[in-house]
Design a protein around this ligand. Structure first.
Ligand SMILES: [Fe+2]
Length: 525
């Protein structure tokens, strides 16, 4: 198994392709050139690439996982059942001439030989490069950045957000295209992988590649599935380009789970959830604060970007009430209005409102999983709404909107995934009254692949747009959203690929919207 393939002349892909030149780089750095060969020689173990995540002003998580045979059914990646020392380096330059931190960590079989390094004392708001070594095997080089200092005036941030990458539905070209945009931050809003056995979830045009292993239930299953996804060269390129901030949605465990309630009755669901969380932690660049404890895992958290932005990342799965009225799209469902029901849980709701009140950021970016704005797909007073989205938890949404108005949250922007289609929406004080105040905006990214090639539009999407005048844009192709954020405005580019069932699709911007500081609302540009 070789590392990621070089696919173009961009700087980012050259960084990832650094693997090819790794031997030469090792020779040029004496302290890095003395291999510690363990008992028995390990085959090349960096088949899953490298990643970084959760940038802070003084630290960032560096990740890799050793897996010489990534698709091994036991989920252990072909690793021996012993600890393995992993050397790491962090440098100011991509040739590692100015190494600023280095050390050795232990990859343990009980963590599927994943390693998470949190180097401290770094400079805020700057670029770094990192790599790992086991014996004389050197990993690809990753690029990462630290967050700006808390009070720093930041001129601009280019970031991207993504969701929903069903491996079988298409090639992950969108991940490579977003890497070519050279963002400094990538938010993954969930459905990083899917739990299904091969050909259980089939895209309209058919599947183009197969999931390995059965439907994921055990820890071994989830580890194997994560490893399969991470072998994708385009996904590796995205990870090696910029730090990710990840939150899970449903498919990292199973479709439409809600706290302790599975989609279908399952006495073993809590064990399944714990296994899914353990594998998720092992395979993501998360901080130690996200290490699962039994069936629980802390993933709602904040990332500050100086005075420019605060990212409030939510968890709308782990604490939610079960979907109202039996889930799905429902008419005439009184339960969805029940004030005792919550999609965030009371604790997270208070945490969000407190964070919005204290935020130093000009922009308050709320990264989360499911559609936030009202989305009615049936004319008439009752309407028809999705019970898995915030429409199924109306009181929860109203409490948060009242709260953010009360605390004077600056420039709230909700970022969303889940629905495999691009949308842009204004968030209204009363979604049934188009003349009511606009309180913020919601930008919804389409999928990386889920749903297959898609089409520019669909009749159902156009109908929803017509019935919901606060919704300004809809598109049914695959892609991601790129955003450029400055103190004056946030510009969102809805990026689309003409196909994902063949590799190497080009990318174009289907629509762009600007949000002006201090003036909630969307302006098409
Ligand atoms: Fe999805």
């Amino acid at each position: 198994m070789s590392g990621p393939t070089l696919s173009g002349p961009t700087r980012r892909s050259l960084i990832v392709g650094g693997l090819a030149a790794a031997g030469a780089v090792v020779v040029s750095v004496p302290s890095w050139a003395t291999p510690t060969v363990g008992r028995g020689r390990l085959p090349y173990p960096f088949t899953l690439g490298v990643a970084s995540g959760d940038p802070a002003p003084d630290s960032v998580v560096l990740w890799t996982r050793l897996a010489p045979e990534p698709l091994a059914e036991d989920g252990l990646g072909g690793m021996p059942s012993r600890v393995v020392p992993v050397h790491w380096q962090l440098a100011e330059d991509e040739r590692f001439r100015r190494v600023v931190r280095q050390g050795t960590v232990t990859a343990r079989p009980e963590a599927a030989h994943s390693v998470h390094v949190e180097p401290q004392g770094l400079q805020p708001g700057r670029e770094y490069f990192y790599r790992f070594r086991v014996g004389d095997h050197v990993s690809p080089t990753g690029r990462t950045v630290t967050a700006p200092a808390p009070h720093a005036q930041v001129a601009a941030l280019t970031m991207a957000f993504v969701s929903c990458a069903q491996y079988e539905h298409g090639y992950f070209t969108a991940y490579r295209r977003l890497a070519e945009d050279e963002p400094d931050l990538i938010l993954h809003l969930g459905d990083y992988l899917y739990e299904y056995a091969k050909d259980t979830y089939v895209a309209p045009g058919g599947n183009v590649r197969d999931h390995a292993g059965p439907e994921t239930v055990t820890l071994a299953n989830y580890r194997q599935r994560h490893a399969q996804y991470k072998t994708d060269a385009d996904l590796q390129t995205a990870h090696a380009t910029a730090p990710f901030v990840v939150v899970f949605d449903d498919h990292e465990v199973e479709n439409n789970w809600a706290d302790e309630v599975p989609e279908q009755p399952d006495p073993n669901f809590l064990a399944r959830r714990a296994a899914a969380f353990q594998a998720y932690y092992e395979n993501m660049p998360l901080r130690r604060s996200s290490i699962p404890r039994g069936i629980d895992m802390q993933i709602y958290r904040r990332i500050g970007w100086g005075r420019l932005a605060t990212f409030h990342m939510l968890d709308t799965r782990q604490y939610r009430a079960d979907q109202a009225c039996g889930d799905g799209w429902r008419r005439d469902c009184a339960e969805r209005l029940d004030p005792t029901r919550s999609i965030t849980g009371a604790e997270q709701e208070a945490w969000l409102l407190d964070g919005l009140a204290r935020s130093r950021g000009t922009w308050n970016i709320i990264g989360q999983q499911v559609f936030f704005s009202q989305r009615d797909r049936l004319a008439g007073p009752q309407g028809e709404h999705s019970m898995d989205a915030w429409d199924g938890y109306v009181a929860s949404r109203e409490r948060i909107l009242r709260g953010w108005t009360r605390v004077g949250a600056r420039n709230p922007v909700v970022l969303t995934g889940d629905v495999h289609t691009h949308w842009a929406s204004e968030i209204k004080a009363d979604f049934d009254d188009p003349d009511s105040a606009t309180l913020g905006v919601e930008l919804v990214t389409t999928s990386i692949t889920s749903g297959g090639d898609g089409s520019d539009t669909t009749s159902s999407g156009e109908k929803i747009k017509a019935l919901n005048p606060h919704i300004k844009f809809f598109n049914n192709q695959r892609g991601y959203v790129r955003a450029r954020i400055t103190p004056e405005e946030l510009r969102a580019d809805f990026r689309v690929l003409p196909y994902v069932t063949r590799p190497d699709a080009p990318v174009t911007t289907r629509a762009s919207f600007v949000v002006e500081e201090g003036r909630p609302g969307l302006h098409a540009v």
